[in-house]
Design a protein around this ligand. Sequence first.
Ligand code: GLY
Length: 417
Amino acid sequence: MKVLVIGGGGREHAVVDALTRSASVTEIVCTPGNPGIAAQARCVPCVQEPPFLAALAGSEGADLVIVGPEGPLAAGVTDALSARGIPVFGPSMAAARLEGDKTWSKAFMVRHGIPTAQFRSFEALGPALAYASVQPLPLVVKDAGLRAGKGVTICHNMDQAWVALRTIFSESGARAVIEEFMVGQEVSVLAFADGTRAVQMLPSQDHKTIYDQDQGPMTGGMGVICPYPLTATEQGTIQDRILDPVMRGMAAEQTPFVGVLYAGLMLTAQGPKVVEFNARFGDPEAEAVLPLLRGDLAQIALSCALGRLDPAQVRFSGGASAVVILAAPGYPGEPRRDIPLSLPSVGPDVHIYQAATAMRGEQLVSAGGRVLAVQARAATLALALGKVYALLPEVGFEDAQYRLDIGERIGVRPELV
Ligand code: GLY
């Protein structure tokens, strides 16, 4: 089948890479793609808005469209593709509210008894500040809209809460969610969803702040380990109390969920609770999880799009995978661009996924905040991390930022061989 992938970051590079291993795929097209993706797929420019993307899928004769980023999903690209009868792996605009509108998402969780942090939603600065000022610290302030993972602030004092809320409400029409701070290990559980059924992928753990020891501002994610060692009981609880109720609730509300249901969870003393839902592959979770997928990604995605996913299709290899992100100086603020990059060739169990890169003439350069995702697979997490960290001196670029403590939260340190 011919597959069109929408997006041009590290996540989409990992998706395209997985599609090259899918026996059912005859051709991969990606829009807009990036220089790394261009080595594995035909990249075509297109205005990244639903009518243009749907027209491209039609003119390309795509048998399946896989949508990477949240932006086109929130804008309704799935609806535009479905209207043309093109199978699409991604939720409708209504279902993508699970990620795109945190106020709606929290209310959905309450309606369906899905465990999550205590919260209140606000449409104005004054009431939000009044509420925050009487809450125990730390507290979590979230922008209710899409902010590429950077709309969340953990506030340890009222000054931080004031700055975070003032920033959110500086935009007209903004809304904020204020939540209790949950304590525990944070885990990303992504599931393939076909409208009625959600089948878990391997669990993973992202590291969201820019600096080691979970310090500094939030980013889109700086490194991932996979699998996170969830117990079978925890996986069962997540299925029964979180994923299945979402699938039932979305179907009951006439917005069945198709695509990747990404549950960002906190393993609290009271059990797993939802930090947030996303409506797509995590980035950089995809870069860590997909190299371990042994099922045919295109067949899985098509089965989801057609509402007939068989759990037996979702198979993973043993072993472990680790990702470390190399970010440009300035990120998560304004990143420096146009930094020359020079990538070494790597072995079969290692990938350098390109996230924000561009060509300037013959030179590969950085083109955004998170530039590269270096991934390795090995028998254990310690060995996978060892492979990644051993490669970084060869991959690094001028003033690159990266975390040195990926895996440490669960007591794993890189093992060099
Ligand atoms: N890694 C976090 C996200 O994809 O939102």
